[in-house]
Design a protein around this ligand. Sequence first.
Ligand code: 4NP
Length: 151
Amino acid sequence: MTRSVLFVCLGNICRSPTAEAVFRALAARAELPVLTDSCGTSDWHVGAPPYGPSITAAAVRGYDLSALRARQLSARDFNAFDLIVAMDRDNLRAIEAKRPRGNATPVALLLEETPDCGATDVPDPYYTRDFDGTLDLVEEACRALVARLAG
Ligand code: 4NP
């Protein structure tokens, strides 16, 4: 069964496009059929490519973000995906605020996949400048998510 997963952050230029590309690559490596996408709760960067330093940090590890373009979360996404994964608690709340009446799509935090990682929210490297630290957390959690969905 193909699963569809939507990763969501604020701007859709750092964390969620990173998670999208990492999850897609790890799922392909595990031969797990998935449809995956990402978006932002804000409309601040709609149409823009991922942030340059995020593209570069991911490319060093073999993940290609360059073709991705930012878009904003819409009500339609709640019916289009099996699972919506938020990068932090603020965005989880913003997602829940957009949930259409009657929709029951699961919305979870990415780092719930790795409860021992020491963080609840994926730090935003746009502000922390720690692009590798964010990638470490995203890779570990996406690996766990792939394993859970494959199991
Ligand atoms: P993201 O990071 O939510 O991981 O894409 C951000 C990127 C840009 C801004 C905020 C968050 N911004 O304020 O422009």
